[in-house]
Every structure is written in C-alpha cells, then in structure tokens.
Ligand binder design. Structure first.
Ligand code: ATP
Ligand code: MG
Length: 407
C-alpha cells in the first residue's frame, strides 16, 4: 500500500529573521545554498514562508525522502547549511481532524518502536483559520487519540519524552524531532576570506567560524616538503574537505615553503625564527588574498596559547600585513572550547592525526615570547623579504576542494 503522506523537510531560520530591509538578500542566498547543497540527492522545491523554509522533493523524484536512510542524510545536509536553527522531517497529508489523529498515532508507533518513551505532549499551530478547531482544541483531541491508542503513555506538558507537533495549513503536517542547525548566516553574504590553514585543530575551526558569518573561504597552506610529508598535505586537504561541508567549495593554495624556510633558518636569529617565518607567511597570504579578491586573512590564533600568540608576538606578526584585516575568531576561546567545536563539525579526529606541520620541524628551542620592534628589525636585516614573498607567491599550486558526496 502506498503511504498516506509525503515526507518533506521543514527548516527554521535564525538570525536572518532579525534583518531589516535587506532580509530578502539573505533569504535568497540561503535558498540557493540549500538547493546547491541538496543537488546530489535530487531536485527539490525550496520555498520560504515567514521564518521557515519548506523543502519538498520535485515530481521528477517524488519519493527521495521516503527512504529513511536517505531522508536522514538529506536532513543532516540541510542542518549544515548556515542560517538555520533547526530542521525536521515532516509528514504532509490532506484530510480532517480524524486524519491528523491517524497520522499522529502512526508517528507515535514509529517513535515507540525506536525509543522506550513514557510521556508526551502535543503542540499545534493553526495557519488555516478555516479549520474548525483552534490550536488548544487540536492538542486536546489529538492527545486523547494518542492516549487511547497507546494506553502505556501519559501526558507531561512540562518535560515530555517526546512532542508531537501538528500543523494545520492548506495541507496538514505532523512531526516530532528537531535536528539542530549550525545557525549563522548564509555563505555568500559576507565577502571572501583567505584562511591560513595548517593541519592542526585550530585553523579549520577558525575557517568554519568565519564561514558561519556568511564568508566564502579560500585557504593557503605552507608546505615544507620533504620536511613535512606528502601525508601532511593530504591531511590539510582532508580538513579543507571537512570545512567545505559547511562553507562550500574551497580553493586551497599550497605554497611551496621549503626554500624560504631554509633561507630563514640560515639567516635569521634562532629565537626570532618563528616570528620572522610567520611574518613572511602573512605577507605571502596577503599578496595572494589581493590577487584572489579576498578581503581579509583568517587564522586560528588564540591569545596566549603558544609563544607566537602572546600579544607582543601577535602585534609584530600583524604589522607584516599592510592593509587587510586579520580575523582571529578563536582569540578569546579556551582550547577545550575550540576542541568541542572541532568535534561538533567532525574535524577533530582528522586534526589529531600525528603529521608534523612546518612550524614543528623548524621550531626554535627558546622562541622570544615578548618580541619588540627592534628585535624584528635586527632579525630581518639579513633577509630580502620582498624576494622571499615573491618566491612564495610564485610557488603556489591550487586545488579545488569539494565536500565528499553524502557527508
Ligand atoms: P593550528 O591548530 O591551527 O595548527 P596552532 O595552535 O598549531 O594552530 P600555530 O602553529 O602557532 O598554532 O599557528 C597559528 C596559526 O597560524 C594557525 O591557526 C594557522 O592559521 C596559521 N598557520 C600555522 N602554520 C601554518 C601552515 N603551515 N600553513 C598555513 N597556516 C599556518
Ligand atoms: Mg599548527
């Protein structure tokens, strides 16, 4: 027997609803991003109404969401699109109060087959004022029907184990679960940034956080082959791929940094090596950012985390950049908070794989933690910085990193 309902997705917008006159621009971008993100699963109609978005399979593939496994993947994909607070798989059907009761009971059967729940409540919204019952009456009627069919359950309006949501519009809807979204604003509404992406925990999180504000990402990785291995580069690509689940396609620029680093190693004082190296990195990243139309640099620095992230070291590295803002979204986060975000976005397991990055290979034993301007002037006296930057920008390979399908 064919189903008496169609499964669709209801998603709820977050911060976008606070926007004023330009709200339409954010909504259009969100809808475009959703269509793009769901492309691999088929064609969907994506329609916005007030603060919600209704996602429905088109007629060419009416049943894509009827398979539970695919439906869960699509729902998960929807929640990864920035701009949404939550999303639900929803049953859509037509009929009257009795039909609502029948579907509420079917949904309850499904829930109870997976969970050992004892209490529930019904919440209802009536958009169609021609429907003969008001919301509170719908809740009472549907609640009673569920209790009659499931005498083992009882109602708890304060802390129910599950909630049955009923919605009455031109069509009727029931659903129960809400999957949390990643919030933020749709990517494509806040310009483009160049992320300094290493193989660690912090920088992928930094990229994710800026993308969550609507920023498109490109990334640069400084690769010191063979001091850093081919596998270290693969790890960075994997991390970019994970971030791209949220940010969309990332252009990853790999700068061949070995000769530059050897030059710095030879010609600058040991205790200033990290700082001179980071200043050259920032200069190369800035020049590339300009070339690519990026409007800022993004790093995973956090105040006080390591010697190169004291306020003095950050100030001196920052001065190497001439006119782009450098965003450090983790600056005030504790390492544990960063690790939590990293786990939530699925990057942690990859980030902790033990491949060396270039900073650990050429690391100074006693780096200066409170460098002053005069130290950097001395340290760079024997270096031709412009030539090193030119060499860096010329030695770049670019890869287009796309999310792995069905992730
Ligand atoms: P992460 O966990 O992101 O590797 P970290 O805590 O190891 O950061 P550092 O090595 O001091 O800290 O690097 C600080 C920031 O500088 C990184 O978050 C990243 O943005 C950038 N960075 C460091 N190494 C590289 C590299 N090899 N290529 C690109 N960016 C880098
Ligand atoms: Mg690092």
């Amino acid at each position: 027997m064919s189903k008496s309902y169609r499964t669709i997705i209801l998603a709820r917008m977050g911060e976008i609803t606070l926007k004023g006159l330009n709200r339409g621009k954010f909504e259009r971008q969100l809808i475009d991003n959703l269509r793009w993100r769901l492309k691999e699963y088929g064609a969907f109609s994506v329609v916005q109404s007030q603060s919600r978005i209704w996602i429905e399979p088109k007629d060419v593939n009416p049943d894509v969401l009827e398979d539970k496994e695919t439906a869960d993947l699509v729902l998960h994909a929807v929640t990864q699109v920035f701009g949404l607070v939550s999303a639900s798989l929803v049953w859509k059907f037509q009929g009257d109060l009795q039909t609502i009761k029948d579907h509420a009971n079917m949904l309850t059967d499904e829930i109870l087959s997976e969970h050992d729940y004892k209490t529930f409540k019904v919440e209802s919204k009536r958009g169609n004022k021609r429907f003969p019952l008001a919301s509170p009456e719908i809740c009472v009627e549907v609640g009673e029907a569920v209790l009659i069919a499931h005498p083992e359950l009882s109602v708890d309006v304060h802390e129910p184990d599950f909630i049955i949501y009923v919605e009455v519009r031109e069509d009727l809807f029931v659903y129960s679960e809400k999957l949390e979204g990643h919030r933020g604003l749709p990517v494509g509404t806040a310009g483009r940034g160049m992320l300094l992406l290493s193989g660690g925990i912090d920088s992928p999180v930094a990229g994710y956080m800026m993308a969550s504000r609507g920023m498109q990402l490109e990334a640069i990785y400084f690769h010191s082959y063979p001091y850093t291995s081919e596998r270290a580069l693969e790890k960075v690509k994997d991390l970019a791929r994970i971030v791209s689940q949220y940010s969309g396609t990332i252009k990853l620029h790999v700068c061949n940094f070995t000769e530059i680093q050897l030059n710095l190693y030879k010609n600058s004082p040991q205790d200033m090596l990290t700082i001179t190296m980071r200043r050259v990195m920032f200069k190369i990243a800035e020049e590339l950012a300009h070339k690519q139309g990026c409007q800022c640099l993004i790093t995973g620095e956090s105040l006080g985390q390591v010697a190169s992230q004291t306020i003095e070291a950050i100030q001196i590295t920052n001065e190497a950049v001439s006119d782009l803002p450098v965003f450090r979204p983790l600056i005030g986060l504790d390492k544990e908070e960063t690790c939590n975000i990293s786990r939530r976005i699925g990057a942690f397991e990859t980030s902790i794989l033990p491949y060396e990055d270039c900073c650990t290979v050429f690391v100074a034993k006693h780096p200066k933690t409170h460098p002053q301007k005069k130290h950097i002037v001395e340290a760079e006296a024997n270096l031709d910085i412009d030539a090193l930057v030119k060499q860096g920008v010329e030695g770049i390979d670019t890869y287009k990193i796309e999310r792995t399908p069905r992730t």
